[in-house]
Design a protein around this ligand. Structure first.
Ligand code: FES
Length: 90
């Protein structure tokens, strides 16, 4: 299963292809500033992809519409994995 490493804590978890980065963060008790419960409405659950960007599903329509996402930023509730990643929870 894909492995997620959250920085700066260094906490690691393996997740299946249905689990989002937001859900993985919650399993490790890491805050991702989500305010809409993972519905893709608040656009606050931003994480920065440090390694493995190609191992995440393509950006969702919701993410494409968020103008303030930086190049390596994603909405964690929209991200499902196909391989290992390292992300910074901000
Ligand atoms: S939790 Fe609200 S957009 Fe991701």
């Amino acid at each position: 299963m894909p492995k997620v490493t959250f920085m700066p804590s260094g906490k690691v978890i393996e997740i299946d292809g249905e689990t989002t980065l937001r859900e993985a963060a919650h399993l490790l008790d890491i805050s991702v500033h989500d305010r809409c419960g993972g519905m893709g409405a608040c656009c606050n659950c931003i994480v920065t992809i440090m390694e493995g960007a190609a191992n995440i599903c393509p950006k969702s329509v919701v993410e494409e519409a968020v103008f303030y996402l930086a190049e390596h930023d994603r909405l964690s509730c929209q991200c499902r994995l196909i391989g290992d990643v390292v992300v910074k929870a901000i």
